[in-house]
Design a protein around this ligand. Structure first.
Ligand code: OAD
Length: 245
C-alpha cells in the first residue's frame, strides 16, 4: 500500500490536470448513509423506488418525506477529512475539476470551488410547472410536499433515475475526464451511468486512474491503482506526500 500511495503521490505531483469523481462514500464518514450497502435503505425502500419521476407522480408526499429525512441528516453533518483533502488538492493542481454525484453540498462547505454537481443539489427546489429554481434550507420542511407560490408542486432540483443529466454538467464532467492526467474515483460503487463511465473515458485518454474505496467495484479491474480503505484516511495520506501551498 505504501508503494502504491507513493506512486499516486508522484503522479499527482507531475500532473497538470486532475479530475476527481466522488460518490456517497465520501460523505459516509460525515454520517450520511450511502445508497447501496449497509444502512443504505430508508424504511424499506430502495433509492430506485423513490428517486424517480414515477414515484413522485404516484406519491409526492412519500418522496418528499425521504428527501426531508435526508435534508435533516445532511444539515447535521460536517465535512470530513476526505472533503477537506480534496479542497486542498484543488489548490495544488494547476487544473482541477471535482465531479460529484453527491447532492449534499459538503464539498462546497469544505472549500472546494471547481465543482460539477452531476446529480443536482438537495438544497434547491424546482417548480414542476415552470422550472423556476430556488434555494431552500428549511429543515424540516414545514409543509410536505412543498408548493411553489404559483400553487404547483415543488420537487428537489436533483436528477432522478430515468432523467437526463443537465447538458452543461455532463459536458463539464466529460471534458474534465478527457483532459485529466490523473483521475481519482472516490467512494462510488460505479454502477450508475453516465458517471460510472467517466474513469474509463479518462483512462482511454491516457489518464492514470486511481480508485479509493474500502471494497472492490466493477471498475476495480480497470484502474491503475486501487487503494482499498476509507477516503477520510487515504486522501489526507496522499495529500501529506504533496508539496504544501
Ligand atoms: P453508493 O451507495 O452506490 O456507493 C457508495 C460507495 O462508497 C460504495 O462502493 C462503498 O463501498 C463506498 N464507501 C463506503 N464508505 C466509504 C468510505 N469511508 N470511503 C470511501 N468509500 C466508501 O453511492 P454512489 O456510487 O454515489 O443517484 O451512487 C451513485 C448514485 O446512485 C447516487 O448519486 C444516487 C444513487 O441512486 C441518484 O439519486 C440519481
Amino acid at each position: 500500500m505504501d508503494l502504491l500511495l507513493a506512486l499516486v503521490g508522484e503522479r499527482l505531483k507531475a500532473a497538470t490536470s486532475v479530475a476527481v469523481l466522488t460518490g456517497a462514500g465520501v460523505s459516509a464518514e460525515s454520517g450520511i448513509p450511502t445508497f447501496r450497502g449497509p444502512g443504505g435503505l430508508w424504511k424499506s425502500y430502495r433509492p430506485e423506488e423513490l428517486a424517480t419521476p414515477e414515484a413522485f407522480r404516484r406519491d409526492a408526499r412519500l418522496v418528499w418525506e425521504w428527501y426531508d429525512w435526508r435534508r435533516q441528516k445532511i444539515a447535521q453533518a460536517s465535512p470530513n477529512p476526505a472533503h477537506y483533502a480534496l479542497a486542498a488538492l484543488e489548490r495544488l493542481a494547476p487544473a482541477f475539476t471535482l465531479i460529484t454525484q453527491n447532492i449534499d453540498g459538503l464539498h462546497q462547505k469544505a472549500g472546494s470551488e471547481r465543482i460539477v454537481e452531476l446529480h443536482g443539489c438537495i438544497w434547491r427546489l424546482r417548480c414542476e410547472a415552470d422550472g423556476t429554481v430556488r434555494e431552500n434550507r428549511e429543515v424540516p420542511l414545514s409543509i410536505l410536499p412543498p408548493r411553489c407560490p404559483c400553487g404547483s408542486l415543488l420537487r428537489p432540483d436533483v436528477v432522478w433515475f430515468g432523467e437526463p443529466l443537465s447538458s452543461e454538467a455532463q459536458a463539464g464532467a466529460f471534458a474534465a475526464a478527457e483532459s485529466a492526467d490523473v483521475f481519482l474515483t472516490v467512494g462510488t460503487s460505479a454502477v450508475v451511468q453516465p458517471a460510472a463511465s467517466l474513469p474509463l473515458v479518462a483512462k482511454r485518454r491516457g489518464a492514470f486512474v486511481v480508485e479509493i474505496n474500502p471494497f472492490s467495484t466493477p471498475l476495480t479491474p480497470s484502474v491503475d491503482a486501487s487503494l482499498q480503505g476509507r477516503a477520510g484516511s487515504i486522501l489526507p495520506e496522499i495529500l501529506s506526500l504533496l508539496p504544501k501551498v
